[in-house]
Design a protein around this ligand. Structure first.
Ligand SMILES: C[S@@+](CC[C@H](N)C(=O)[O-])C[C@H]1O[C@@H](n2cnc3c(N)ncnc32)[C@H](O)[C@@H]1O
Length: 324
């Protein structure tokens, strides 16, 4: 996926629940070596924060981005193929933006819109709705109310053009994460960022709604992870730090990263929490620690490796060949 505009740095153009922008500095030391990232797959792409990061750092030759959200994949397709049209449509939305305009656009039927019109609607509603939420009703209609913004950033044309260049040659797929088994090949680098397992049991009830991602999905994903490991792919996965996730990925290298996200609307109950990153390969950062003469990357944020994961890495080195 060589880009036509190599010098621009693309960033996510959508706000997305679970977006990984704040974790990128900690993730950077966990990616495989640049020479090992020739084909990059991201089956829960969301706002593509990790894709743009990897794309800017490594410029992989090929990429596949997928998500079960059809509207999201449509937006990437339109930005990839007709970015100037989307920019013109967004400029119109920016000019017309008001409460009335928001609800009129929200009421439009996606099935009657072109790819570019729907993408412009998706971006416009995402930038102006309450908290950048994406929520649909039982008939699939977007139903988030308008947010309270003085001057919402409806159009960032330079970033949309940079994103279009970054998406050049990338394969975009709407679909379930298990489809990865159909297109992943030995040697691919795959990053999985599923909807996280809720930290509290009460959250489970709210998770059991349309399109929810429950424990059975987490189990299936762990099975997909194992199959891709057996195939010789390099796989990285993030999730919440819970007993279920630790059990599902036992035997792989489990790291923790500091998420510092607001988990509670009450300020005094917000704070640092850790999230888990599962790896089936040894990242260059650990090799640098083991071989002090190697140059370490500048200013890596500390990533705590678990004693247990060191043991399991050792076991895997002796028991199974996980590297392609
Ligand atoms: C945590 S978000 C990914 C966030 C992304 N890493 C980012 O930086 O914005 C999870 C994504 O998984 C998608 N998703 C949920 N269930 C899925 C499934 N069964 N298969 C594929 N994608 C799914 C959602 O639409 C959502 O975009």
């Amino acid at each position: 996926m060589p880009s036509r505009r190599r010098n621009e740095t693309a960033r996510p153009f959508l706000k997305w629940a679970g977006g990984k922008t704040q974790l990128l500095a900690q993730f950077e030391v966990l990616y495989p070596q640049p020479s090992q990232v020739k084909r990059y797959l991201e089956p829960f792409v969301g706002s593509a924060a990790v894709f743009f990061h990897i794309r800017n750092l490594y410029q992989p030759e090929e990429g596949v981005l997928a998500d079960s959200n059809a509207e999201l994949i449509n937006a990437y397709r339109a930005i990839q193929q007709e970015v100037e049209k989307v920019i013109r449509l967004l400029a119109k939305h920016r000019k017309a933006h008001s409460r009335e305009h928001y609800y009129r656009i929200r009421a439009n039927r996606p099935s009657e819109m072109s790819c570019a019109e729907l993408a412009a609607r998706t971006i416009y509603l995402n930038k102006t709705c309450f908290n950048g939420l994406y929520r649909v009703n039982s008939r699939g209609g977007f139903n988030v109310p308008i947010g309270r913004y003085e001057d919402p950033p409806i159009l960032d044309a330079p970033n949309l053009r940079a994103a279009s260049a970054a998406l050049h040659g990338v394969e975009l797929r709407e679909g379930h994460f298990r489809d990865t088994l159909r297109y992943a090949r030995k040697g691919d680098f795959i990053y999985f960022d599923p909807p996280y397992q809720p930290l509290s049991s009460t959250a489970y009830f709210t998770a059991y709604t349309r399109n929810s991602f429950g424990p059975a999905d987490q189990e299936e994903l762990a099975e997909v992870f194992r199959l891709l490991n057996d195939r010789g792919c390099r796989v990285m996965l993030s999730n919440s730090d819970t007993a279920l996730i630790r059990r599902l990925y036992r035997g792989f290298d489990l790291r923790t990263v500091d998420a510092r996200r607001s988990i509670n609307s009450k300020a005094n109950r917000r704070g640092a929490i850790t999230e888990i990153v599962v790896l089936n390969y040894e990242p260059p950062e650990s090799r640098a620690r083991e071989t002090p003469s190697r140059t370490q990357r500048a200013d890596p944020r500390p990533v705590q490796s678990e004693k247990r994961s060191r043991r399991s890495m050792k076991q895997r080195r002796t028991q199974t060949a996980v590297h392609p």
